[in-house]
Design a protein around this ligand. Structure first.
Ligand SMILES: [Zn+2]
Ligand SMILES: [Zn+2]
Length: 240
C-alpha cells in the first residue's frame, strides 16, 4: 500500500483522496475557526462572571485543535518547501501545488497526517444539534450508543465495527421504549423527544397528536396539564 511505504509517490487512488482531503480540510477549518471565535465572543460577553457563558473545556479545545491542525498543515507544507502562513493560505498553496505533494519523499506520512487532522476537525465541527441518537448498537455484546446526521441511512459502530441501518436501530429503540411511560406536560414531552432525537418538537405538536388520537395510551393524571405518555408512542409519532 503506497501510503504505508516509507517514501513517496502516491498511487492514483491516494492522489485522488489527498485532493479531496485538502478540499474538505479547507472547508472544515473555516468552520472550526468560526466555532473557536464564537466561543471567545460568548466568553467575553459573559465577562467570565456568569457560569452560563463560561467556556467549557470543550470550547477551549476548538481553538487548541485549530492551532494543532495548523501546525500539521504547516509541517506538510514544509515538506514541499512552503514555509509559514496561516492555515487558509497554506491550504490554498498546497492545493495549487498538489503535484509536488504527490511526489514528495514523505507523501505517505503527509497523507496520513492530513487525513487524521480532517477526521479530528470533522468530529469537532459537527455540532451536537447536527447529530441525532439513532439507538444502541444491535450487537448484544456491544450496545454502544450510535449517532449520526438526521438524514443518515446507516451507522457503523465505532466499538465493534458492525454496520446497521438507521431504520433497524430506531425500530429497536421504539421497541425497548414501548410500554415505558413518562408523566409530564405536553411541553416537557416535546422537550424529552427533542433530547432523545435532536428534532425540535413544540408543545402544540404534542397537543395535536393527543387530539388526533395518535397517542392512544396517553392518560391525564393529577396535576394541571400533566399526562402519562408511552415513550414508544411518542417516538413513533415523530417517525423516529
Ligand atoms: Zn495508494
Ligand atoms: Zn457495536
Amino acid at each position: 500500500m503506497c501510503i504505508g511505504a516509507p517514501r513517496g509517490p502516491l498511487c492514483k487512488e491516494h492522489r485522488h483522496q489527498l485532493a479531496r482531503t485538502l478540499h474538505e480540510l479547507r472547508l472544515s477549518m473555516y468552520e472550526l475557526k468560526d466555532a473557536a471565535d464564537r466561543k471567545v465572543r460568548l466568553g467575553r460577553r459573559g465577562g467570565g462572571a456568569r457560569p452560563a457563558f463560561a467556556p467549557t473545556p470543550m470550547d477551549l479545545s476548538a481553538a487548541d485543535l485549530y492551532d494543532q491542525v495548523e501546525d500539521i498543515i504547516q509541517d506538510v507544507a514544509g515538506d514541499i518547501g512552503l514555509w509559514g502562513g496561516r492555515a487558509p493560505q497554506v491550504l490554498r498553496k498546497l492545493t495549487a501545488r498538489i503535484g509536488r505533494l504527490y511526489d514528495a519523499p514523505n507523501s505517505g506520512r503527509d497523507y496520513r497526517e492530513l487525513a487524521d487532522a480532517l477526521r479530528r476537525v470533522g468530529e469537532r465541527v459537527s455540532a451536537p444539534g447536527e447529530r441525532v441518537v439513532y439507538g444502541r448498537c444491535l450487537n448484544p455484546m456491544c450496545k454502544t450508543v450510535l449517532s449520526g446526521p438526521p438524514d443518515g441511512l446507516a451507522a457503523t459502530c465505532p466499538e465493534c465495527g458492525s454496520t446497521w441501518t438507521v431504520k433497524a436501530l430506531t425500530e429497536a429503540r421504539v421497541d425497548t421504549l414501548r410500554g415505558q411511560t413518562i408523566t409530564c406536560t405536553p411541553k416537557a414531552a416535546g422537550q424529552w423527544l427533542e433530547w432523545k432525537t435532536g428534532k425540535r418538537v413544540t408543545r402544540n405538536r404534542v397537543d395535536m397528536w393527543l387530539r388526533r388520537g395518535r397517542l392512544p395510551s396517553a392518560q391525564r393524571t393529577d396535576g394541571p396539564g400533566r399526562w402519562t405518555f408511552d415513550t414508544g408512542e411518542l417516538l413513533e409519532c415523530l417517525g423516529a
